[in-house]
Design a binder for this molecule. Structure first.
Ligand code: NAD
Length: 362
């Protein structure tokens, strides 16, 4: 749905991405120019934890729908990963390169604080560990702060490791072997997660191609890991074994889905399928194995959860490696029950939430 259509429906509860969210908080501060939306989707399993994304959204509809979709995704991500966390997310409207200031981040932190821990923030696109350190000055309800300040540091390398595990599980399911050597993998977006994923793939001997809108990043990652920059202009028409979306979501859509020639889709980006049911079904019919994004990109949240539960690096790695087993279980269960992989993952996550809801109401 484009932003024009979005504006035709009811402003908040009528949005396509609204899914019984518990609370949506609009934050405005004239002095710093802050305009932010915090989406709290579900807190049955625990406080709603999810990162803050800063982007120059085209308009408010786009920002609202992003936060609604992302916060819902967080609910299912934490549920399927077995964490006692609910789902939330925040978006700040603006260009992080030109509009992000320490004052704006502090003011945002104060809004987070006003929710008394119902929402706990972390970093996402357009945010860095240093930004979370600033937020920490005004609220304890933030994770992903610097290791030097007692935090777990950047979640991105752990996220990449989890994506790598999920990708290997998908390969095991598709090819009967989880070895990615010689597999042709396209990594779209080589930011913090994409770069770390490239490193794992190169170490395993995969044939890696990288794409990004940032030319400098492309040169840097290509030189560092000796991987090829994709020179074409339409990656959705390329023959490949694995497509790893690690930039922004919604790349699997009506435009791309029938052209994609990959055997497997496994990447870090949130909300890769524009319409989960419809596009999940088309992928299933086309025999493309889709490793659900919210399942395989959970390494980051496992990493920040460690700050709340006080567990160590070993435990973070163990939980992240378990993404391999969970992914394989979901792929097997989807096949056995003729569900899309998204549906199979969603079902398990929803059941966990419903069970807890019943327990909580006793
Ligand atoms: P990042 O901002 O560091 O990197 C994103 C990269 O994608 C940048 O290099 C950017 O130039 C590139 N990009 C943007 N638009 C593009 C396009 N149209 N085509 C190609 N490249 C494009 O972000 P990140 O932390 O690496 O996260 C990547 C994705 O993974 C995001 O969708 C994020 O929500 C998701 N994710 C990240 C984490 C984490 O721990 N960082 C955890 C879970 C999910």
């Amino acid at each position: 749905m484009d932003s024009k259509d979005l504006s035709k429906v009811d402003p908040v509860f009528g949005q396509a991405s609204f899914d019984n969210h518990e609370q949506i908080v609009f934050c405005n501060d004239k002095d710093t120019g802050l305009k932010a939306i915090i989406g709290i989707h579900n807190t049955v399993l625990g406080p709603a934890l999810g990162g803050t994304r800063m982007l120059p959204y085209k308009n408010e509809w786009e920002a609202l729908n992003d936060v609604l979709r992302l916060s819902r995704g967080m609910t299912f991500k934490s549920a399927i990963t077995g964490l006692n966390l609910g789902g939330g997310k925040a978006v700040i409207l603006g260009d992080p390169k030109t509009q992000k200031t320490p004052e704006l981040m502090k003011r945002f932190g104060e809004f987070v604080h006003s929710l008394n821990g119902k929402y706990i923030t972390a970093e996402d696109v357009g945010m860095h560990t240093e930004d979370m350190d600033i937020v920490r000055e005004v609220t304890p309800y933030v994770t992903g702060i610097s290791e030097s300040k007692g935090g777990a540091g950047s979640p991105s390398p752990i996220t990449a490791y989890g994506v790598f595990m999920g990708m290997k599980a998908a390969a095991q399911f598709k090819y009967g072997s989880n070895i990615l050597e010689d597999k042709k993998v396209f990594v779209q977006g080589i930011g913090s997660v994409g770069e770390a994923l490239v490193e794992h793939l190169v170490n395993e001997g995969a044939e890696v191609y990288i794409t990004d809108i940032n030319k400098e990043r492309l040169e840097f990652v290509s030189n560092k890991y000796h991987v090829a920059i994709y020179e074409g202009d339409d990656l959705y028409n390329e023959e490949m074994d694995i497509y790893a979306p690690c930039a922004l979501g919604a790349t699997v859509n009506d435009e791309t889905i029938y052209r994609l020639k990959a055997d497997i889709i496994a990447g870090a980006a949130n909300n890769q399928l524009v319409e989960e049911t419809k596009h999940g079904r088309i992928l299933q019919e086309r025999d493309i194995v889709y490793a659900p994004d919210f399942l395989i990109n959970a390494g980051g949240i496992i990493n920040v959860y460690a700050e709340l539960e006080d567990y160590d690096k070993q435990e973070i790695i163990r939980k992240t490696e378990n993404i391999y087993n969970t992914t394989l279980e979901i792929l097997d269960s989807a096949k056995a029950n003729n569900l899309t992989t998204f549906e199979a993952a969603y079902k398990i996550a929803s059941e966990r939430i419903e069970t807890r809801k019943r327990e909580n109401s006793k």
